[in-house]
Design a protein around this ligand. Structure first.
Ligand SMILES: NC(=O)c1ccc[n+]([C@@H]2O[C@H](COP(=O)([O-])OP(=O)(O)OC[C@H]3O[C@@H](n4cnc5c(N)ncnc54)[C@H](O)[C@@H]3O)[C@@H](O)[C@H]2O)c1
Ligand SMILES: CCCCCCO
Ligand SMILES: [Zn+2]
Ligand SMILES: [Zn+2]
Length: 337
């Protein structure tokens, strides 16, 4: 099968023929049709983070495809079912986290396109229990970004504890941010969209942002304080440290900052102000299988629709270069021609 492979960090991915993986007990062989390109894939290809991916690596955790083969013991899926390859590739199912609705924190988890080969390929093998079930209403291209950008930002909004009619600031209107904006509107929040590229803010306006702020022209903290008196929740899905510092300062008393984006940086927070203002800062990582069902349902009902550019798998290196330069509006979805 054709696959895009990370052989070494900071080297171009190699698109080449590799063996179709064998299906083990409890696994399914999925013929991949599409796969979204997440900024995490770029972090993986660069070895950006303290926890390194496996090498060689087939990235991709927004994969959509069709079950072609069932491993021994699989009864929950059948040949022909449409499924998604997610970040939460597998978990132990038995630890305190798995047993209390926090499988995303399982210490035994494997991650698609990071610690297990993912969907930048014509085929992928994955545990049947953890692949997403794709609603009939969603096509292969439009479903892909929901598998990470969608579920992650939907979950971040859930844990932000904001009430309908209150204000949410979304820092970073990229692959995650432009979908986050739509979930936020669908959930009844007023939205401030912050980015440093004008075309991303133009997109934010088209998608229903109530206020847009260009962080390369004005101080977003001052703009947000002046225009809405601070936000009840800030979700940072940007890729530079400055956005996180600004997002923290944008939160009003009693509000929350949800940290989602992953620049390799520290976020020093002022102890006194955090206590005095009763601000909550929390990290949020993807979503559980239940969150995934809910996030896909929003899209299936037409309440959220990623802005998508399709590219063939062979173009992956050009796509990653553009992603690194902030030159992608919405989400690129790879097609496995
Ligand atoms: N926590 C999780 O579960 C999770 C899940 C998916 C992605 N991520 C991480 O989220 C980040 C974003 O992913 P993506 O695919 O949306 O990336 P992306 O490149 O599509 O979008 C990043 C956006 O941040 C904007 N940005 C950069 N600097 C900014 C600043 N100072 N102020 C405001 N905006 C700024 C860019 O213009 C761009 O629009 C990545 O680090 C990725 O690894 C985390
Ligand atoms: C800690 C890494 C989280 C990445 C989720 C998928 O983009
Ligand atoms: Zn991702
Ligand atoms: Zn577990």
């Amino acid at each position: 099968m054709k696959a895009a492979v990370v052989n070494e960090f900071h080297q171009k991915l190699e698109v080449k023929e590799v063996a179709i993986p064998e299906v083990g007990h409890g696994e399914v062989l999925v013929k991949i049709k599409t796969c979204g390109v997440c900024h995490t894939d770029l972090h993986a290809a660069h070895g950006d983070w303290p926890v390194k991916p496996k090498l060689p690596l087939i990235p991709g955790h927004e994969g959509v495809g069709v079950v072609e083969k069932l491993g021994e013991g699989v009864t929950s899926l059948k040949i022909g079912d449409r499924v998604g390859i997610p970040w939460l590739f597998s978990a132990c199912g038995e630890c305190d986290y798995c047993l209390t609705g926090w499988e995303t924190l399982c210490m035994q988890q494997l991650n698609g396109g990071y610690s297990a080969d993912g969907a930048y390929a014509e085929y992928c093998v994955a545990p049947a229990a953890y692949v997403a079930r794709i609603p009939d209403e969603l096509g292969d291209v439009e479903a892909a970004p929901i598998l990470c950008a969608g579920v992650t930002t939907y979950k971040a909004l859930k844990v932000a504890n904001v009430k309908p009619g209150e204000w949410v600031a979304i820092y970073g209107i990229g692959g995650l941010g432009h979908v986050a904006l739509q979930y936020a509107k669908a959930m009844g929040y007023n939205v401030v969209a912050v980015d440093i590229h004008k075309e991303k803010l133009d997109l934010a306006k088209e998608l229903g942002a109530d206020v847009t702020v260009n962080g390369s022209e004005v101080d977003p903290v001052q703009a947000i304080q002046e225009q809405v008196g601070g936000v009840h929740g800030a979700i940072s899905v940007a890729v530079t440290k400055k956005a996180f510092e600004q997002a923290y300062k944008s939160v009003r008393r009693g509000g929350s900052l949800v940290v989602v984006g992953l620049p390799n940086a520290e976020l020093p927070i002022p102890i006194f102000d955090t206590v005095l203002n009763g601000v909550t800062v929390k990290g949020s990582i993807v979503g559980t299988r239940k969150d995934m069902q809910e996030a896909l349902d929003f899209a299936a009902r037409g309440k959220v629709r990623a802005i998508i550019e399709t590219q063939p798998l062979d173009q992956i290196n050009e796509v990653l270069e553009r992603l690194e330069k902030g030159q992608i509006n919405g989400r690129v979805v790879l097609t496995m021609e």
